[in-house]
Design a protein around this ligand. Structure first.
Ligand code: HEM
Length: 308
């Protein structure tokens, strides 16, 4: 029996939060993390994909080559980095892939979408905890043209499909200079030199799937946070994101692995509790509003103050 590790990438290096190009080289160059939550999260992804395919997977025509490159990349990262869990045999284009964690064997002809039950990006996304998005590069810009998104942090793949980097990020309260700097950086990402960054949010409740489409189900929880329930209800949500160039199609693969830690759990680590407290107390008003923190920020700050 393989034992899978728990993991939580803490997002704050400094006591204040400001938007920046916080991409760093990805070392080792693997955008997939298999963690202790693998079984629960992959099963939840597959359930969501069956129940709400219109929300969780989209691919525009013309993205098949990039989708196959995503399969190639992720399958090889899995077998190289988790050899106890995944296995691959290639006889020319005929691939046999074993997912030993789930006791599944998949056979398909690489490059022939008819030999898979779903589109290639959808298939590989069902083997991993990450959400996987493909940004196509053309006309000196990048566009979101395919994605499997089961664990969105308040955004809609259906709504954003086809949008450019700038259009997707229009709601973010950062400067035009910074978003343009990051966009230009992404245009120049080279094959074999992947990048990674952490993004953070807070949420009331422990759901991974919080799309705007179901705000009525999860949104009201933020107005029910009290001093009594804040430790278990409010969570720091961290997205470990990676971006890598797919050299054949020249598209970018963008992966998102989402982690949750309750405020109560965070308070067990005084260094973490101190940083979260400090970031929350110094956060600019525009970011508080954008991140939807107004309803319960005070409860979190007060709770952490009592713990420190
Ligand atoms: C290239 C693929 C990327 C995609 C598909 C993507 C997608 C998104 C989406 C959908 C949002 C939410 C926007 C909304 O409120 O509707 C977002 C927010 C954001 N993105 Fe990206 N993003 C990408 C790359 C990046 C990169 C490379 C950076 C920084 C270096 C970045 C920085 C941010 C920041 C700072 C936010 C605001 C998050 C917050 O404050 O909670 N994104 N992104």
């Amino acid at each position: 029996m393989v034992s899978l590790k728990k993991r939580f990438p803490f997002p704050f290096e400094e006591d204040r939060h400001r938007y920046s190009n916080n991409l760093k080289p990805l070392e080792p160059p693997c955008c997939i993390q298999i963690t202790a939550e693998y079984f629960d999260e992959v099963s939840e992804k597959r359930r969501l994909l069956e129940a709400h395919p219109e929300r969780c997977f989209h691919a525009l025509p013309g993205t098949l080559e990039a989708q196959w490159e995503a399969v190639d990349t992720v399958v090889h990262q899995l077998v190289q980095n988790y050899p106890d869990c995944f296995w691959l045999d290639k006889r020319e284009d005929r691939w046999t892939f074993q997912n030993r964690l789930l006791d599944e064997t998949h056979q398909f002809t690489f490059g022939d979408a008819n030999t898979l039950p779903v589109q290639p990006l959808d298939w590989i996304g069902r083997q991993v905890q990450e959400d996987l998005l493909i940004m196509v590069q053309r006309d000196d810009d990048i566009f979101l043209e395919a994605g499997q998104l089961c664990f969105p942090s308040v955004w809609s793949l259906t709504f954003d499909l086809g949008m450019s980097f700038q259009e997707i990020h229009h709601p973010v309260p950062w400067s035009n200079e910074l978003s343009e700097k990051i966009r230009r950086f992404l245009l120049r990402v080279e094959a074999g030199q992947p990048w990674t960054r952490l993004n953070w949010a807070m949420q009331a409740g422990r759901r991974l799937h919080i799309p705007p489409e179901t705000f009525d189900e999860w949104g009201p929880e933020r107005y029910r946070v009290t001093q009594e329930n804040v430790a278990d209800t409010v969570h720091l949500r961290v997205e470990e994101q990676c971006v890598l160039r797919l050299p054949g199609s020249n598209a970018l693969l963008f992966s998102i692995h989402t982690y949750l830690k309750s405020v109560g759990e965070l308070s067990q680590r005084p260094d973490w509790a101190h940083k979260v407290h400090s970031v929350l107390t110094t956060l600019p008003e525009a970011i508080i509003a954008y991140k939807g923190l107004s309803a319960y920020r005070k409860q979190v700050i007060d709770y952490l103050e009592r713990c420190l």
